[in-house]
Design a protein around this ligand. Structure first.
Ligand SMILES: *Cc1c(COP(=O)(O)O)cnc(C)c1O
Length: 321
């Protein structure tokens, strides 16, 4: 038995997106897997990883969670919620300086009782290391949750998520999702391989080159496979990544993301986010229009959450037009 705590709202629904598909000329059939509805403090993909990471933290006798991320990190917001839910303390190391307005995920971090350490101009990893060392020295029994929750343990969340999708009766030709620290794609790719899945698992890169992300995801999938019984060696070439949509870099919302956010909202009543799902969906829309997916294919967009980001600046002002 793989240690796991159960607090996510699972299975998340799979829904058709007929109006969006029609808007795109009916070339493909579209589904969405609603991991924006995983239930932990406004949901998102980190909840699934945390079910396994929290089990490990508890087994280690941890009393505090420490993690790091961008200022508007969805991952950190979910870590803060997991800590609160299990009565643990939480320190979040966030990149940069505190903004004037503590809105969106930052507001939630605060409400959830997390203590935030800003790196200022210092290196994120260095600040994280120092924060962890200090907590340990103070006897606070910290447990370090990796960046994006992406290690072999966290990736298991998405191996089981793939199995969940199969159990719901779906075998899409394509699974498309935002991919950044790689744990989500690694878990899905691993379980897809184990299940003999004939479709594709395509990561739309948020902020890495194809080569870098393929390497990261392959290593994570290989490591995670050991937890499921036997090592499966993934090569970078086994991992399907598209990095054509990284645009102005991490967190820079442009026309691609704005259009995707608007079209999902108006055709399906679905909310995306400015940083991850807006970019991944924008990439998917572009690929559909370019005829990348063969006619009549079933394409499942794996919604990974992030919607609180809609209320962060500068996104909210930009979206308000
Ligand atoms: C973290 C995150 C991702 C990326 O998932 P990885 O496992 O880090 O690749 C995608 N979407 C949202 C909303 C996220 O917060």
């Amino acid at each position: 038995m793989i240690p796991r705590l159960h607090f996510a709202h699972l299975p998340t629904p799979v829904e058709p997106m007929p109006r969006l598909a029609a808007e795109l000329g009916g070339r493909v059939r579209l589904l969405v897997k609603r991991d924006d509805q995983t239930g932990l403090a406004l949901g998102g993909n980190k909840t699934r990883k945390l079910e396994f990471l929290m089990a490990e933290a508890q087994a280690n006798g941890a009393k505090m969670l420490i993690s790091a991320g961008a200022g508007q990190s969805n991952h950190c917001r979910q870590v803060a919620a997991a800590a609160a839910h299990f009565g643990m303390d939480c320190i979040l190391v966030l990149r940069g300086n505190p903004p004037e307005e503590r809105n969106a995920n930052l507001l939630l971090d605060d409400l959830l009782g997390a203590h935030v350490v800003w790196t200022g101009d210092a290196n994120l990893q260095e600040t994280l290391k120092a924060t962890y060392a200090l907590a340990q020295k103070n006897g606070q029994r910290p447990y370090l949750i990796p960046y994006g929750g992406s290690n072999a343990t966290g990736a298991l969340g998405y191996a089981f998520a793939f199995d969940e999708l199969c159990a719901q009766g779906y075998q899409p030709d394509w699974i498309v999702m935002a991919s950044s620290s790689g744990g989500t794609q690694a878990g899905l790719s691993l379980a897809a391989r184990r299940a003999g899945f004939r479709g594709h698992v395509l990561g739309i890169s948020i902020d890495h080159s194809v080569a870098d992300l393929q390497k990261t995801v392959a290593a994570l999938a290989s490591d995670a496979s050991e937890r499921l019984g036997e090592r499966i060696e993934f090569l970078p070439a086994d991992i399907e990544v598209n990095d054509a949509f990284t645009g102005g870099g991490y967190g820079v919302m442009g026309a691609l993301e704005v259009e995707a956010i608007r079209i999902f909202a108006r055709t399906e009543g679905l909310l995306l986010d400015p940083v991850y799902t807006g970019r991944a969906a924008g990439g998917m829309l572009t690929l559909i229009r370019d005829g990348f997916f063969s006619r009549g294919s079933e394409v499942l967009f794996w919604h990974t959450g992030g919607t609180p980001g809609l209320f962060a600046e500068p996104y909210a002002k930009m979206l308000a037009g």
